[in-house]
Design a protein around this ligand. Structure first.
Ligand code: GAR
Length: 204
């Protein structure tokens, strides 16, 4: 049941690194076959090279969103990707892309959704004064940070927490949560019922 994964990232790529470590250790029944980015100097591309995973920068300049996403689909299809994993991909995917991979796109967001859906979820949590925030892995639908939730991991907000320390604490939680969520998704074979996921099987 090993699944072929394509990762799309705009960022540092630390989630990608932990997904690759989980794959190589045998924890994850999956194989990352391609890493794509819209940023030429994304850390994620360096990490892909470090692990020997094919990767590609796709320049978004001058391309309408649907055309950009068509380029993504061409690369993902060529790599035989079954499951698309977003790690800090900062572009909003077109409805056509979401339909193409319906219920097969995962995303991680650094808050306990549905709270703090927008940018800088860390600052939003600090400003709101919540005692707990965390990370959410969810299926991508046509709305931002909105689809059915696969897995969440809470993280405490400490008294006088600076932004950087809350961010680091949430990101450390993400590195364990994302591989766990991907494993649950692959092994649990959930079906989507409205906002909810019904798992056929509990992950080990
Ligand atoms: C992660 O913290 C992820 O939650 C966030 O981007 C970071 C990527 O880090 N995603 C979002 O904010 C999406 N709205 P990484 O490049 O080191 O994996």
């Amino acid at each position: 049941m090993t699944k072929t994964i394509g990762v799309i990232s705009s960022g540092r790529g630390e989630n990608l690194r932990h997904i690759l470590l989980a794959e190589r250790s045998g924890y994850l029944p999956a194989r990352v076959k391609i890493v794509l980015s819209d940023q030429p100097d994304a850390g994620a591309l360096s990490i892909a090279r470090e692990f020997g995973v094919p990767c590609n920068y796709i320049d978004p300049k001058g391309l309408a969103r649907e055309d950009y996403d068509r380029q993504l689909i061409i690369e993902l299809e060529a790599a035989g990707v079954e499951l698309v994993v977003l790690t800090g991909f900062m572009k909003i995917l077109s409805p056509a892309f979401v339909r193409h991979y319906k219920d097969r796109i995962l995303n991680i967001h650094p808050a306990l959704l549905p709270s703090f859906r927008g940018m800088d979820a860390f600052q939003q949590a600090l400003d709101h004064g919540v005692r707990w925030t965390g990370t959410t892995i969810h299926i991508v639908d046509e709305d931002v940070a909105h689809g059915p939730i696969i897995y969440q991991r809470p993280v405490p907000v400490k008294e006088g927490d600076p932004h950087a320390s809350l961010k680091a604490r949430i990101q450390r939680a993400e590195y364990r949560a994302y591989p766990r969520a991907i494993k649950m998704f692959i092994e649990g074979r959930p079906r989507v019922e409205g906002r909810k996921l019904i798992f056929e099987k509990e992950a080990d």
